[in-house]
Design a binder for this molecule. Structure first.
Ligand SMILES: NC(=O)c1ccc[n+]([C@@H]2O[C@H](COP(=O)([O-])OP(=O)(O)OC[C@H]3O[C@@H](n4cnc5c(N)ncnc54)[C@H](O)[C@@H]3O)[C@@H](O)[C@H]2O)c1
Length: 247
């Protein structure tokens, strides 16, 4: 399996799925840039692996993205950052009828607008080099609604799928392929606030009989950026062990 390009940028790169993708792309010989608000875990990985570097950046801020990420030469962009607030400050489940506009906007800024802004920064270089791979991380929640995730999260992930399709059509003539992955339930810090019995209660609905782990997603990201996927664009791959099987 050949993976084109030299440099990879992974947003939310120091979280559960992002770090594992960083490890795998570095093992495949790529220079990996992990972009995250909290970079401790990424810095620890970078110490073991000189191909990996980190930038601290608030991806919900257009200014921070522009200030810290402009001018990077990126061949593979993994738009992976995401937040899924499930509880408010008082510990109550976030419901549509109690959600504030600020709560809604915070999710959209991180989960959708950062994808647009990071993509916009990377496209001119990709177009000039006539090569690019963009992988957008959405969610099974976009297909079936969230079990625990609130409406802002699910809406943001559906938006990522629309973004993926339109962008794919636009940039294919420049040698840039754009695809999405819809992870199922993956064990990472994001799902730690879901009670164990609730997560494990999903297992009977998962045909493969287990919750997902970050490498399940990282392997598919690697595949989408390889020559094995040279004829794929505008699609979304379901990686959920059979939690959702449908059109
Ligand atoms: N874990 C799951 O079950 C699951 C399921 C479906 C989709 N996903 C998606 O997979 C992607 C990765 O999720 P994960 O499970 O690894 O979550 P995670 O919480 O482990 O990692 C997310 C990372 O994003 C970073 N981040 C959050 N807000 C940021 C901001 N404003 N600026 C910069 N960095 C910020 C966090 O610091 C964290 O390192 C997300 O898009 C998520 O929605 C996860």
């Amino acid at each position: 399996m050949e993976i084109g390009g030299r440099s990879v940028m992974i947003t939310g790169g120091c979280g559960g799925i992002g770090l594992e993708m960083g490890r795998k792309f570095a093992a495949a010989g790529k220079e990996v840039l992990l972009v995250d608000a909290k970079i401790d875990a990424g810095m620890a990985l970078a110490q073991e692996n000189p191909a990996i570097s980190c930038i601290q950046c608030d991806l919900s801020s257009a200014q921070d993205i522009e200030h810290k990420l402009a001018g990077k030469s990126i061949d593979i962009l993994i738009n992976n950052v995401g937040i899924s607030p499930k509880f408010d400050a008082a510990g109550q489940r976030v419901k549509t009828w109690t959600m504030t506009l600020d709560q809604w906007n915070a999710v959209m800024a991180t989960n959708v607008t950062s994808f647009f802004l990071c993509t916009r920064l990377c496209l001119p270089g990709m177009m000039a080099r006539k090569f690019g791979r963009i992988v957008n991380i959405a969610s099974y929640a976009a297909r079936i609604g969230g079990y625990q995730a609130a409406v802002h999260y699910t809406t943001s992930k559906a938006a990522v799928l629309g973004f993926t399709k339109s962008l794919a059509r636009e940039v294919a003539p420049y040698g840039i392929l754009v695809n999405a992955i819809n992870p199922g339930r993956i064990e990472t810090p994001m799902t730690r606030d879901v009670p164990k019995e609730v997560s494990e209660g999903l297992i009977p609905q998962i045909s493969c009989g287990r919750l997902g782990v970050p490498k399940d997603i990282a392997n598919v990201a690697l595949f989408l950026c390889s020559d094995l996927a040279d004829y794929m664009t505008g699609t979304a791959i379901e990686v959920n062990g059979g939690l959702y099987v449908g059109p």
